[in-house]
Write a protein that binds this ligand. Sequence first.
Ligand code: 9MR
Length: 364
Amino acid sequence: MKATHAVVVGTAVALLAGAFTLPTASAATGSGGPGPVKKGSSARTLGELGDRAGVRIGTAVDMSALAADAPYRAVAATEFSAVTPENVMKWEAVEPTRGTYDWAPADQLVDFARANGQQVRGHTLVWHSQLPSWLTEGDFSAAELRDILHRHITDEVGHFKGKIWQWDVVNEAFNDDGTMRDSIWLQKLGPGYIADAFRWAHQADPKAKLYINDYNVEGVNAKSTALLALVAELKKQHVPVDGVGVQGHLDVTYDAPHDIAANLQRFDDLGLETAITEADVRIPLPVDSTKTEAQAEAYSVLLQGCLLTEHCTDFTVWGFSDKYSWVPGVFKGEGSANLMDENLRTKAAYTALSQDLKLAAGRR
Ligand code: 9MR
C-alpha cells in the first residue's frame, strides 16, 4: 500500500497541548523512512473533510502512546476533530481505591482536545467491565450499590462538567440475542438502573449529550431491535437520553452491515442522535491486498451509514495506529484493524473514508 498520509508538521506542533514534549519536525515527518509523509497543500485531514460533510471524525486515544510517541501525538492532534479516552475515564482508572479519585490522565486528554479544537466523547460511566475490584468484590446490598453508582456518575460527570460533548452513559447493556446482559447492575438494581443513570448524568451536566453504546448493533438484528425498544421506552418516560452509539468493531470475514443506514434511521425516527463510536475492522493475518480492500469497504459501509443518517453526529475510530490496537491481544491471529499501520502509513481504508467525506461535502 502506497503511503498517502502526512502530518502537516508546522500545524501539528503549533497546536499540541503544552503538557507534552513537542515533537521535532524530523520525528513528526519521518522523512525518507517509515512514518507519515508530507501531505500536498490541497490534502485535508479526515477531521477537516468531516467538517465539510457535517460530521465529526474522532479517534480513541491511548494516553501512554500520547505521552511517549511524538508522531502518534501529531496525528492525534491534526487528523481528528474529536477524541475518546480509550481507558482513562473508566471506573477502575478513575477510582481504583474507594473514595480516591485519579482524574489526571483524563484531564490531560481534555486539555489536549481543547488545545487542538477537538470535542471529547466521555467513555464510559456504567459498564460491566473494567470495574475496580473494591466494587466487584465488595458484596454490597442493592441500596448501597445504587448509592455507589449515583455518586460515581455525579462525581465523574460533575468533574468534567462543561467539557464533555457526548457521554457513553451506559455501555454494552445487551446480549446478542436481545436479552439484557446479566451484569452486576442488572442483577442487583434491576433494569431501572439505565433510566437512573441517565437522569443522574443529566443532573450533573445538563448540556452533555447522553448516549447508550453497544457493539453488534450496526445492522438490523435482535440486539439492535431490543436497543431500539429500550430507547423508545426511555423517551416515552422522558428519560434524558440523546443518542445511540454503534461501536463498529468489524472483521473482514463477516458481512459488512449493509443495512446500517436502515438501522440508524430507526433511531433517528425516534428523535435520537446516532454515532459510530469505536470503528475498527480486524483482519486474519497475514494481510493481503484482498483483505485490505475488504477492510476499506467495511470502514466505508460504516461511514456511509452515518452520512446517510441526518442526525448521525460523528464517526470515531477505535485508535488509528496498529501499533496500539487492542485487537491482537483479544483475537488470536488477527490484527491490522486500524486506518494506519504501525509506522502510521495510511491504508486503503483511510483513502476510502477521505473519498466518502469528499463526496458528502456540503450535502448535510
Ligand atoms: O481498547 C480497550 C482496551 O485497551 C481495554 O483493555 C479493554 C478492556 O475491556 O477495553 C477496550 O475498549 C473497549 C471499549 O471500552 C468498549 N467497547 C469494546 C472496546 C474493545 O474491547
